[in-house]
Design a protein around this ligand. Structure first.
Ligand code: PEP
Ligand code: MG
Length: 580
């Protein structure tokens, strides 16, 4: 009988992988204290130095072999680990412990690791908490060399072609090398969707499942596994029927991906000739390449928060400008919608932390546009950079979490000031750069007309709109089951926003996850949506639906169904429209 393990799934372009397990047992080793004689201390310190040097060499070797097209700043992860190997707070302290306690280097390393981890665990910042993983990675690597084990990234390691790597944890360096050696999926006991390994797995196109406690103890080397990144499931001990089923799924995914690629250059037009814009949501500047490869005709949402994370200081105007300029150049005439800073809740920046750490309800607190208007010194450099970037190519500026029209008036006034400043400085900008608002709170949806009167476009952020309308914390797993884009309240609000845009003749797009789910495409077309923005990997799936849709008929049927919205089951609504 098949055994199933469940964790957090990281689905890449191909969500499923099958293969024999390669179990990395490094995380299992128990480190014990050993008393050493005073005359052995010198020797022990030399052992430590040799292990540190070996770890440094291994990291340098990996750094030299980073694939050129890898979109993540992998070199930076490795540099951070190299710096830790030089850090007095780690190695200096370990040396001190060996000398003061006359103990083995492994034990001293373990004690210092525990001290540093305690410091990181006490931090509120989710990003800084992930830095604790870096300490673990570096310490594990030194421990491996102290034991005389080969690091996973050691060149002597057997060929991993086709294997699923199961580990307590994986360093970014391991992840790159393992992928280069042909590993087809990663399963880890620790880590989460914010960890470096998760970021890398997505960027390298490898499915991963993280956070399955003790899985290295339950599996045997070479045991044949199925990893489903879409559901976060790892299956072991599989019978022939299960394997046949997943092999079939994998084959279908691959055939479908090949077929979808043929749609990249096809214009996104429905059967009855209605043109629909398909735009990409970007998280990192490097994602421009994927957006273009999947045929995006624009960027409907560039989340600029990533410029503020992973660093102790704030990006200045020039850094903003350099990032936006490079993206505009890469997009080569394709328009980009730059969303201003949306920090708060799960995205915190060390240099711009909410002063009151005891905020009861951060999702209802000082986040996004509220935070920016309260801290104009932080907001201004970004606005100036966006204005300057607008001289280089088609740029739209988008404001997150708008609730009141006063917020829009305040931003428009600030922009007017900044334009005058740029005029005085002789710096160029596009005076007609469109400015839009995200509709993410019920209040904004209900007042969409008033917002539309002041803005050049609207964009519906369903992720937050659903959170605030249905009163469910989008980060809370316990209430995730209530997260329902088809709730009649959500559908009515979406309908109102689209209608407000049409009435005032301004474009309305949707950039929440709902826009990238092909199950909802026909419904949204029926509601009059003509601009969809989504993660690049979903663009061709949605395009396929658009190509086969009859938009006029969908609009007609949607209007009929909406007259009985409270009486029909959401699934019935979707099924009816998806049959048209
Ligand atoms: C949204 O809320 O739908 C949205 C696109 O913004 P984010 O997910 O970045 O909050
Ligand atoms: Mg949002």
């Amino acid at each position: 009988m098949t055994t199933a393990f469940q964790g957090i799934g990281i689905a890449s372009s191909c969500a499923i992988a099958l293969g024999p397990a390669f179990i990395d047992v490094r995380g299992r080793t128990v480190v014990a204290p050993l008393a050493i004689l005073a005359e052995q201390v010198e020797n022990e310190l030399m052992r430590l130095d040799l292990a540190v040097a070996a770890a440094r060499n291994a990291l340098n070797a990996v750094r030299e072999h980073i694939p050129q097209h890898t979109s993540i700043k992998i070199a930076e992860f490795i540099d951070a680990h190299l710096l830790m190997l030089e850090d007095a707070a780690l190695i200096g302290e370990v040396r001190r412990i060996v000398m003061e306690q006359n103990c083995n280097a492994e034990w001293a390393l373990q004690l210092q690791r525990d001290t540093l981890i305690r410091v990181f665990d006490a931090m509120d910042d989710p990003y800084l908490r992930t830095r604790r993983d870096d300490i673990e990675h570096v310490v594990n690597q030194i421990q491996a060399f102290l034991r005389g084990d080969a690091a996973l990234s050691d060149t002597k390691l057997a060929d991993l072609n086709g294997c699923i790597v199961v580990a307590h944890d994986l360093t970014p360096a391991d992840t790159i090398v393992l992928r280069q050696r042909g590993a087809v999926a990663f399963v880890t006991e620790s880590g989460g969707p914010m960890s470096h390994t998760a970021i890398l797995a997505r960027s390298l196109g490898v499915p991963a499942v993280m956070g399955i406690h003790d899985i290295t103890r339950y599996l045997h080397p070479q045991e044949y596994l199925v990893v489903d990144g879409a559901t976060g499931t790892v299956l072991a001990n599989n019978d022939a029927r299960t394997l046949r089923y997943f092999r079939g799924c994998l084959k279908k995914i691959k055939t479908r991906q090949r077929r979808l690629r043929e749609l990249v250059t096809r214009p996104s037009r429905s059967r009855d000739g209605v043109t629909v814009s398909l735009l990409a949501n970007l998280e990192l500047p490097e994602d421009v390449r994927t957006a273009k490869a999947n045929g995006a005709v624009g960027v409907g949402l560039y989340r600029t928060e990533f410029l503020y994370l992973n660093r102790p200081d704030m990006p200045n105007e020039e850094e903003h400008f350099a990032t936006y300029s490079a993206m505009i150049a890469g997009l080569n005439g394709i328009p980009i919608t730059i969303r201003t800073l949306d920090l708060g809740v799960d995205k915190q920046c060390e240099a711009f932390r909410n002063a009151d750490n005891n905020v009861c309800n951060p999702a209802l607190g000082l986040r996004a546009i509220r935070l920016c208007l309260k801290e104009p010194d932080v907001f201004r450099p970004q606005l100036r950079a966006i204005l300057r970037a607008s001289a280089l190519g088609p740029v739209r500026l988008m404001l997150p979490l708008v609730t009141n029209v006063h917020e829009l008036d305040a931003v428009l006034a600030l922009l007017a000031q900044l334009r005058s400043q740029l005029d005085r400085e002789g710096l160029r900008y596009d005076a007609a750069m469109p400015i839009g608002a995200m509709i993410e709170v019920p209040a904004a949806a209900l007042c969409a007309r008033a917002i539309a009167q002041r803005m050049d476009f609207l964009s519906i952020g369903t992720n937050d709109l659903i959170q605030y309308t249905l009163a469910i914390d989008r980060l809370d797993e316990a209430v995730n089951y209530l997260f329902n884009p088809l709730h009649p309240a959500i559908l009515r609000l979406v309908q109102m926003v689209i209608a407000a845009g049409h009435a005032l003749e301004i474009p309305v797009s949707m950039c929440g996850e709902m826009a990238g789910n092909p199950r909802f495409t026909r419904l949204l077309l029926g509601l009059g949506l003509r601009e969809f923005s989504m993660q690049p990997g979903a663009l061709l799936d949605v395009k396929e639906i658009i190509l086969s849709a009859n938009v006029n008929e969908l609009q007609h049927r949607t209007a009929q169904l909406f007259a009985h919205l409270d009486d029909i089951e959401p699934t019935q609504l979707i099924d009816t429209l998806n049959q048209i």
